[in-house]
Design a protein around this ligand. Structure first.
Ligand code: SF4
Ligand code: SF4
Length: 299
């Protein structure tokens, strides 16, 4: 069982395993097989026309990808930090604007997660943390959480120096093979079974993790921002989207390429096939080739 450590900086360590006991696994497997079929039916164009989009982007939760740089290059990274590596960082001014616009909103954030890439490698990591803590002084109940791979001396030195008030989710990665990852680069648009899918349905990441802020702007989820980076479209919203903006146009672009779209919901690790190697469907082979070519062109 995979156990995530969640610790408040300089304070107690908490552990919360979320999985099912092995003795119920057959039952759980059957339940998730049914859920998968229901999901497929739900995302078809006809169902979507009748019922609307299945998942809604949370405007109370946000994930901020502050950099795509990473000191690990994991297979199937859903930010493409391994497949299309670069050192694109968010500008500090974007964080300052985010803080200002957040303070103007009526509703405070329930949770702000700081991710990447490996977020501690951002050259202005400390200043970003200081800016985000300004929000906490106005809204003490806002949880600010740093998601790190916990790998290497530089990363751990940054973790040691975190100020009070930042929670840490440390995955303690030790290498680039992550068997529990989903096949992010298996694009549903490459499957004949999804020919009539409506990709603006999104998935539960948009609801349970919230919208994304990335160097390219705001998206219905941070994964969508990472996809837009590889596509080079720069479609992200440039200021904090209003609660009425569901960003379904951005889901339509990103979700057709995202392997997470298939199930649409959380799948327990015991039910996931072990993924040892990088897997790309044909759309992703092409997008990564195009990305590499664009990089050469601008150098
Ligand atoms: S540590 Fe995270 S961000 Fe870095 S390559 Fe692995 S999955 Fe991607
Ligand atoms: S399918 Fe992928 S891109 Fe679409 S909402 Fe889910 S995680 Fe984001």
């Amino acid at each position: 069982m995979k156990i995530w450590n969640l610790q408040k900086s300089n304070q107690t360590t908490f552990r919360y395993p979320k999985d099912y006991p092995t003795k119920y696994i057959a039952l759980v497997r059957a339940k998730f097989a049914v859920k998968k079929i229901l999901r497929w039916v739900r995302v078809q164009k006809l169902s979507t026309m009748m019922l609307g989009g299945q998942y809604h982007t949370s405007h109370e939760l946000i994930e901020i990808d502050i950099t795509y740089q990473c000191n690990l290059k994991c297979n199937n990274c859903n930010r493409s930090s391994a497949q299309a590596p670069d050192n694109t960082h968010i500008n500090l001014s974007q964080i300052v604007n985010f803080v200002e616009q957040s303070l103007q909103r009526k509703t405070p954030w329930k949770r702000i997660r700081i991710l990447g890439g490996e977020p501690t490698l951002h050259p202005e990591f400390q200043s970003i943390i200081e800016q985000l803590l300004v929000l906490k002084t106005h809204h003490p109940d806002t949880v600010i959480e740093l998601v790190t791979n916990g790998y290497g001396r530089k990363v751990n030195a940054a973790l040691e120096n975190l100020p009070e008030g930042i929670w840490v989710e440390n995955s303690y990665k030790t290498g680039n093979v992550q068997p529990s990852f989903g096949p992010f680069n298996m694009a549903p648009q490459d499957s004949v079974l999804y020919k009539f899918a409506d990709y603006s349905n999104g998935c539960d990441i948009a609801s349970s993790c919230g919208m994304g802020l990335t160097p390219q702007g705001y998206y219905p989820c941070a994964v969508a921002g990472g996809i837009d980076r590889v596509l080079g479209l720069h479609r992200g919203r440039q200021s904090l989207p209003s609660p009425s903006d569901e960003m379904r146009d951005l889901m339509d672009i990103a979700c057709r390429l995202c392997g997470r779209f298939y199930d649409g919901h959380y799948v327990p690790e015991k039910l996931r096939p072990s993924l040892e190697v990088q897997k790309n469907s044909r759309s992703w082979d092409k997008h990564y080739q195009d990305w590499a070519k664009r990089r050469i062109d601008i150098q």
